[in-house]
Design a protein around this ligand. Structure first.
Ligand code: HSE
Length: 420
């Protein structure tokens, strides 16, 4: 039977999850896939981890050279997170002809081209299923499951922490800060939770997945990004009145030009994405022949993410020739500069005659068409108004909002939320 030696860089949550799956399922993997995978070395700085995890301390060191110089190790799986030293270590492994498996979305979305260049020279493979949506096999679906289609769009919930926060705010009336703290305690959140709540994590994943989907590089600087930190319970509740659930959506479309974005969106309750709760992730891929395909599952955690890493290790171990995905630099004209959506806009205004006419006048000037409106009187002579806007250009919405902000009847534009 083919024997493959593996090194794990890191024995944290996902590193140990991977170790556990490789150990517990060793016999099953051998029986099913005809390959024997053995963990030969683990890099870990924390001396307590061997005792905490029960891993043989003789497998553990802090010196990457023990990995690079071991000819029995052919696959290196990385769990450090962040950029350095993960980047340098993986480059050194690729140079040494070892294939890499990474769960590190930030590193991979930023350094994919560099890894490819080195791997092209050494002939090593690069696998990154676990970098996007944890245990959901989205990378393999895009690269090896939809060859008959041009992918027109990809959209979903790519971040478990923010989905956990939004679900608990909506369903249990909890406060943002308290739920975020619990998401951290549960191990869903990134080391710096700003990566989750400000949309960076979703943006990294979108860059990787949209590039694969469209076979064109979708760089980070072409992705519009807004997080959930300014979302209020008031908007979640008002959205419910219109039949909407609030989600942090990552979406990219390639309909002539590529438009890629991460921001909160109201999703109609009848849409399958609206029922994706807690830390679960989901993605809808639209192909020109197959139509919509949806995947759903756990996007974070030790065993779900470990499952994706092990899938990559087994997949890599069985390849005769590695396929790498590299993209030419696109030009600016390949990316859209405007976006069309329906909108929810909440504003606080003076509660007196003529106010609505003034606001409607500005919307009309920029061809922004109001679908419906809901007014709630507040104390102090002001009202809170929610406008639902028909599909319109974001450039026009922005111009209208800028002008409305200059009206003396306006107190505040409290929220502008796109509708999926
Ligand atoms: N912080 C990430 C999330 C972990 O909440 O989805 C998985 O990438």
């Amino acid at each position: 039977m083919k024997k493959i030696g593996v090194a794990l860089l890191g024995l944290g949550t996902v590193g140990f999850g991977t170790y556990k799956i490789l150990t517990d399922n060793k016999a099953e993997i051998e029986k099913k896939h005809g390959v024997s995978i053995e963990v030969k070395h683990i890099l870990e700085k924390n001396p307590k981890r061997a005792e905490e995890t029960g891993v043989n301390p003789r497998l553990i060191s802090t010196d990457i050279n023990n990995v690079i110089n071991d000819p029995e190790i052919s696959i290196v799986a990385e769990f450090f997170g962040g950029i350095e030293p993960a980047r340098s270590y993986l480059i050194a492994c690729l140079k040494a002809g070892k294939s890499i498996v990474t769960a590190n979305k930030e590193l991979f979305s930023k350094h994919w081209a560099e890894f490819n260049e080195v791997a092209e020279e050494s002939g090593a493979g690069i696998y990154f299923e676990a970098s996007c949506m944890g245990g959901v096999p989205i990378v393999r679906t895009l690269t090896a499951g939809l060859q008959g289609d041009n992918i027109l769009s990809i959209a979903g919930i790519f971040n478990g922490t923010t989905n956990y926060i939004l679900t608990n705010m909506a369903d249990n009336g909890e406060e943002y800060g308290a739920v975020l703290k619990r998401a951290q305690d549960l191990g869903y959140a990134e080391a710096n939770p700003s990566a989750d709540v400000d949309g960076f994590d979703s943006m990294y994943k979108l860059s990787i997945l949209a590039s694969l989907a469209f076979n064109k590089k979708v760089p980070l600087n072409k992705i519009y990004r807004e997080g959930i930190s300014k979302i209020s319970k008031e908007d979640i509740e008002r959205g419910k009145d219109f039949g909407y659930t609030l989600k942090l959506i990552a979406m990219a479309k390639n309909k002539g030009k590529i438009d890629a974005r991460v921001h909160p969106m109201f999703v109609e309750n009848s849409h399958p994405l609206a029922s994706v709760k807690s830390s679960f992730n989901a993605v809808v891929i639209e192909g020109d022949n197959v139509g919509d395909v949806m995947l759903y599952g756990r996007g974070a955690g030790d065993l779900p993410t470990g499952s994706a890493v092990v899938s990559d290790i087994v997949y890599c171990a069985l390849q005769k020739e590695y396929k790498r995905f590299g993209f030419k630099k696109e030009s600016d004209k390949d990316y859209a500069t405007d976006f069309v959506s329906k909108y929810y806009i909440r504003m606080t205004v003076d509660d007196k005659s003529g106010v609505l006419a003034k606001i409607a006048g500005v919307f009309g000037k920029y061809e922004v068409s109001i679908n419906s409106m809901h007014q709630k009187p507040l104390s102090g002579g002001v009202s809170s108004i929610v406008f639902l806007i028909h599909e319109t250009s974001e450039l026009n919405i922005n111009k209208a909002i800028a002008e409305i902000k200059s009206l003396n009847v306006l107190k505040e534009v409290d929220a502008l939320i796109r509708i999926f």
